[in-house]
Design a protein around this ligand. Structure first.
Ligand code: FAD
Ligand code: FES
Ligand code: FES
Length: 483
């Protein structure tokens, strides 16, 4: 047997699809799932609205094996490269009606008049289908969250939300439940082949290792390959900038990178942990992070995007970064021969640049468990609450000793070319009483600490004002809770 494989396999509903890219010249390894589907006969339900993850018209559902069962996820098919489907089941709006009757989700949309022009409807239906498979009697906030990534310009959301509440109040069973055992068997068989997938075409090389050790070897062998985890950042280079990505290293199938481990002192968060997985985990363990992640993109984005990708992109408005700074997290970087740990603040070296070496991968984040007497908060200010990127974001940590500041981190996003700490303000506050007059003075120092940009999102003056107000908000919230 060859040591690598060159084809990918997935289920299109109940049909096993095998693609060897050399035999399908019309397909590239970077063909998106959206474009693949639209080129197939009978799959025009999936729509392109924006090709950048904002509208949800392209929403599909994937099912994959996790802990022995099938997990259903809504995703934006415009951001997913075809090989990322390997070992999964792909479901589209065409698969929902079983030939005789509509799926309960479709029936509810019909009964509640959830569609007008219909452009958004297949995507909306697939988001409701994802909800149907994951929630029983969801609350309105849960329903709203499931629909955050779907833009509807004519129906309005009330009928759609009513349809969601209606269809999710039943027993949650459907034809996919009946077929679950068979689906598990087929996907399990595909996944049992742990060989790296290596797709070579005239102009592209796509490497998809299944193990960390293969990924590190691939990184050493092809250092120029663009690393992807969820591809929510990288895919835009193709869909928006029309760049040909000539070499890719896809880490999305490496289970070792997808674990969260808690011990007495710290959390280990694998680089491949998705933002949605982390949001659910942090709900009980680190509420300040959960608060931030609940306004991160949409469910479709959070199901794809990873924490490793958020850190790796080193964006000044990456939403996880300020809180990682506030918690003094560190990163584990690994090459085939060396492993090192580096403080998150040392990892980012400039605007979207890091000190990652060209044979290294980020394998995980080490997050010290905050002590009980530490107060932590994160804030995101954006033009709209949902599915927007930050104008200013912040992660703050405070420890008091007899009413005085014993330890403090004030980390901001959107105020400089990188996530940055307000070190002069921190220095001023250390050792001082934590009271309103002192915080008001600290706000004056903060006013001159950064020179933020003015751009389409906000002016520099607004950003500065927001940063000062966030500090006061933090103070007020800290006094409402005994620190
Ligand atoms: C519609 C939309 C909404 C968004 N909303 C938000 C938001 O609210 N907040 C926010 O912060 N971001 C947001 N983003 C940006 C993006 O989703 C996040 O930055 C996400 O966490 C990136 O993760 P990923 O796994 O998709 O990264 P990828 O696109 O796979 O990779 C991003 C970068 O990280 C590098 N990388 C990935 N994994 C590793 C690794 N293991 N080792 C080394 N380098 C690695 C890649 O090479 C690349 O440079 C949004 C994006 C879209 C399209
Ligand atoms: S086409 Fe708009 S999210 Fe994919
Ligand atoms: S029904 Fe027209 S955009 Fe939603």
């Amino acid at each position: 047997m060859e040591t690598t494989r060159k084809d990918i396999q997935f289920l299109l509903n109940d049909r096993l699809i095998s693609i060897d890219f050399q035999e399908h010249p019309g397909l590239k390894p970077t063909t998106t799932v959206l474009n693949y589907l639209r080129a197939l006969p009978g799959f025009k339900g999936v729509k392109e609205g924006c090709a950048e993850g904002d509208c949800g018209a392209c929403t599909v559902v994937t099912a994959e094996i996790a802990e022995g069962r099938l997990v259903y996820k809504t995703i934006d098919s415009c951001l997913v490269f075809l090989p990322m489907l390997h070992g999964k089941q792909l479901l589209t709006v065409e698969h929902l009606a079983d030939g005789n009757s509509l799926h309960p989700v479709q029936q509810a949309m019909l009964e509640h008049n959830g569609s007008q022009c219909g452009y958004c409807t297949p995507g909306v239906v697939m988001s409701l289908f994802g909800l149907y498979k994951n929630s029983h009697n969801p609350s309105r906030p849960v329903i709203n969250d499931a629909l955050t990534g779907n833009l509807c310009r004519c129906t309005g959301y009330r009928p759609i939300a009513d349809a969601a509440a209606d269809c999710c109040s039943g027993n949650g069973k459907d034809q996919f439940t009946s077929a679950e055992q068979m689906t598990l068997e087929v996907l399990g068989k595909i996944q049992s082949d742990r060989r790296q997938i290596e797709i070579t075409t005239d102009r592209q090389l796509y490497l998809k290792p299944m193990t960390l050790s293969d990924a590190l070897s691939a990184r050493l062998r092809v250092p120029e390959a663009v690393i992807i985890s969820g591809s929510t950042d990288v895919a835009l280079r193709q869909t928006k900038k029309k760049e040909l990505l000539t070499a890719l290293l896809d880490l999305s199938s490496i289970e070792e990178l997808c674990t969260i481990i808690a011990d007495e002192h710290q959390y280990w968060i694998g680089a491949g942990v998705t933002i949605e997985q982390l949001r659910k985990f942090s709900h009980d363990h680190l509420p300040a992070l959960a608060q931030m992640l609940s306004v991160f993109g949409s469910l479709q984005i959070r199901n794809l995007a990873t924490i490793g990708g958020n850190v790796g992109s080193a964006s000044p408005i990456g939403d996880v970064l300020p809180l990682l700074f506030a918690c003094r997290a560190s990163l584990r970087l690994q090459s085939a021969s060396v492993e090192r740990t580096i403080a998150i603040s040392d990892f980012i070296t400039g605007y979207r640049t890091t000190c990652l070496k060209n044979d290294e991968l980020i394998t995980g984040i080490v997050l010290p468990k905050p002590a009980d007497d530490v107060f932590i908060r994160s804030y995101k200010v954006s033009k709209r609450k949902d599915l927007d990127i930050s104008t200013v974001s912040a992660g703050f940590m405070l420890k008091l000793n007899q009413g005085r500041v014993a330890d403090l981190v004030l980390a901001f996003g959107g105020m400089a070319a990188t996530t940055a700490c307000a070190s002069e303000t921190e220095a001023f506050l250390r050792g001082k009483p934590w009271d309103e007059p002192t915080v008001a003075k600290a706000m004056e120092i903060l006013e001159n600490e950064f020179r933020p940009l003015s751009d389409a999102r906000a002016g520099a003056t607004y950003r500065t004002l927001v940063s000062k107000n966030l500090l006061m908000k933090f103070y007020v919230e800290s006094t409402a809770q005994e620190v």
